[in-house]
Design a protein. Structure first.
Length: 666
């Protein structure tokens, strides 16, 4: 067996490779440090194969049995996972079973997951536990004798905590333990007191699956219509499909026609959302109405009209579709409906290439969560339309004039929409939306046709996607090979800049990231000139907006013109600046064809279509304004991180000889 790299120890431990771990520990020269052993120990937490013996090996070599992880001491972590061999190993080598992390100890961590061999072992050692946590976990798992002991030992019946973040009563009700609920109520637990994020009654009905629990709580004075964040217990049980619980709640007097105003739902709507036919039939036989029927019918009409896919969620309906040829999303909520259109390219010369502020046009001040404080009344634009126009971060006088002209041109279209109180139009540099009230289908469809005409009036029609190469090649490090001939194509990552240019954003030299040699016989001829293509990106400022540079410049040995999103042009770097330019270590690359029927996904690749991390960010050519054609994408690696461990995309316009780079992150 070959000598093992000591850096592999954490992986070998995580994989449970006991022979390899034993070999590495025996052969390491110099011996592994305490820090290396501690780091490896964290890989043996849990119930993985061979973790117990591996942990003993590491502890014998000097790993710290008392070390902490982000979740607390390692002993608590393995106790919580009922990993008894690791628990025993840690305690044998000196771990304190009573060490606290907050109020938790190893015993409470184990008990929180239920009665187990680890709990029994720790109790035989005399391990301690906070009586309030013991009461909580006993209630959660239905252990009445332990709950009685914990209460007698001083456990607080109302304290909230532990991993459930609940009181004992909430924990018992949520788990459906009627005997614990009865005991806790008899001992003075307050059933109507809200603690943390739940009510005992609501969670018991929605998740407990024991109607006797609900009966006990009603007998203790809880209203059968008790709600949590607008949802009644009956809605929770209906959504969970628990017919026995639904019957019991109705029998106890719960009103099945209560409407959750925030979500526009009754219990019948909740059952329909969960697709529980038996519960739906039971409620329908009671004459329960469905508050979402009007919204559901409108969503179905929109689905037919736009060929969309409809998804029902907690607040209403969402539909992804094409609207006026553009990518869009329609939604239908209890209080309003809307269509949002993405990726717009403005026709108006006033806004082409400009950062149009986010503007809202309607009747009254818009209510946009998080944006209200930033919206400023645009006086001139409001006078031009007869409506209320607001803009985010009220623009300069020049941009206000453009905004007023934009509104004046579209005044007639605004009037045809007949906006009412609470209805708005939203615009930004690449986005348009219409928010309206009401679910009447014919009126909604007629107004959407008018809004589609508005979108067509302000935006260029979507352009077809362009690709340089239909097939894909993975970009991978080239294997070591004899020196290449001068005529051989060479693909390269990193290396010196030639020619060197300065970033128009921060003034630093722009680093070459990848150089592709289009003489490679694998690549189709005629797509781009048979010359090297260099993809650049600024390592200093990490520009997010598209950066452009000329392909013609490289082909003619002229200084490359680099243009950023605001259309300023960078200058060629001086020799001193070029010498000081940041460079990535040069590495040869090779093109590996992707097999037919397979996709490269988010790997570094040449050709095909981009795998976007966020929405489609294909840039338009600065010269002809057509969408540029995808060239390649580069994923972050150990050598360079694009944004926040993101992806660098490169595009080209073959006609205008321009290259552009764009970065996206998670």
């Amino acid at each position: 067996m070959k000598k093992l790299n000591r850096d592999l120890l954490p992986k070998l431990v995580h994989d449970g490779d006991l022979p390899a771990v034993r070999k590495l520990l025996a052969e390491a020269n110099p011996p592994l440090t305490k820090a290396e052993l501690d780091r490896a120990l964290a890989g043996a937490l849990g119930r993985g194969k061979n973790y117990g013996p591996i942990m003993r090996l590491l502890l014998e070599r000097g790993a710290n049995p008392e070390q902490r992880t982000s979740l607390g001491p390692v002993l608590q972590w393995v106790a919580q996972n009922d990993a008894l061999p690791q628990v025993k190993a840690l305690i044998d080598f000196g771990a304190d079973p009573n060490r606290r992390h907050g109020k938790e100890t190893a015993l409470s961590a184990a008990l929180g997951e239920g009665e187990s061999a680890t709990v029994a072992y720790l109790e035989r050692l005399g391990a301690q536990i906070d009586p309030s946590l013991e009461l909580l976990y006993a209630a959660k798992h239905g252990n009445l004798p332990r709950a009685k002991r914990a209460l007698a030992a001083g456990g607080d019946i109302e304290v909230m905590g532990g991993t459930p973040r609940a009181t004992p009563l909430i924990a018992a009700a949520t788990s459906g333990h009627a005997d614990l609920v009865e005991f806790l109520l008899a001992q003075g637990a307050r059933p109507q007191k809200k603690r943390g994020a739940s009510y005992a009654f609501y969670t018991g009905a929605a998740y407990g699956e024991n109607p006797r629990v609900i009966e006990l709580l009603v007998e203790a004075g809880v209203s059968p219509d008790t709600a949590y964040e607008g949802k009644t217990a009956l809605m929770g049980a209906a959504q969970n499909g628990d017919l026995a619980m639904v019957r019991k709640l109705v029998e106890l007097g719960a009103n099945p026609n209560v409407v959750d105003k925030e979500r526009g739902m009754t219990a019948l709507d909740s059952a329909r959302a969960g697709k529980h036919k038996e519960v739906c039939g039971f409620l329908a036989d009671l004459g329960v109405a469905a508050a979402r029927d009007a919204g559901r019918n409108l969503a179905r009409a929109l689905k037919r009209a736009f060929g969309a896919r409809c998804v029902e969620h907690s607040s209403g309906f969402l539909l992804n579709a094409k609207f006026a040829g553009h990518r869009s999303q329609l939604r239908v909520d209890p209080s309003d409906a809307a269509v949002a259109v993405f990726g717009l390219k403005h026709i108006s010369s006033e806004f082409r290439g400009q950062h149009l502020p986010s503007i809202t046009i309607g009747v009254g001040k818009p209510t946009i969560p998080g944006d209200d404080a930033r919206m400023r009344f645009a006086v001139a634009a409001s006078k031009a339309t007869g409506l209320d126009v607001y803009a985010s971060l009220l623009p300069t006088d020049e941009l206000q004039s453009r905004l007023t002209l934009f509104c004046r041109r579209l005044k007639t279209v605004f009037e045809t929409l007949s906006l009412e109180q609470g209805e708005f139009l939203h615009f930004s540099r690449d986005f348009a939306a219409f928010v309206w009230r009401g679910t009447e289908i014919d009126r909604a469809l007629a107004r959407l046709r008018l809004f589609a005409a508005l979108v067509e009036a302000i935006a260029r029609p979507p352009q077809p996607e362009r690709r340089l190469f239909e097939r894909e090649w993975l970009l991978r490090p080239a294997p070591k090979a004899p020196a290449a001939r001068a005529t051989d194509p060479v693909h390269r990552f990193g290396g010196p800049a030639d020619p060197a240019v300065l970033c128009a954003g921060c003034g630093a030299p722009i680093a070459p990231i990848v150089e592709l040699d289009l003489r490679d016989p694998q690549l189709p001829a005629g797509v781009l000139a048979r010359a090297p293509v260099t993809v650049r990106w600024c390592l200093e400022c990490g520009e997010w907006d598209p950066i452009f540079h000329s392909l013609a410049a490289r082909e003619t040995s002229a200084p490359a013109a680099v243009v950023v999103a605001d259309a300023t042009t960078a200058t060629a770097a001086s020799s001193e600046e070029a010498d000081a330019a940041p460079t990535l270590p040069a590495r040869r690359l090779t093109l590996v064809p992707v097999a037919p029927g397979k996709k490269a996904g988010r790997k570094s690749k040449l050709g095909g279509a981009p795998s976007w991390i966020q929405s489609d960010g294909t840039p338009d050519c600065r010269t002809c304004e057509k969408p540029m054609a995808f060239l390649l994408q580069l994923n972050s690696d150990a050598h360079v991180s694009y944004g926040d461990v993101g992806m660098l995309y490169a595009f080209a316009c073959p006609e205008c000889r321009l290259l552009a780079t764009v970065v996206q992150s998670h």
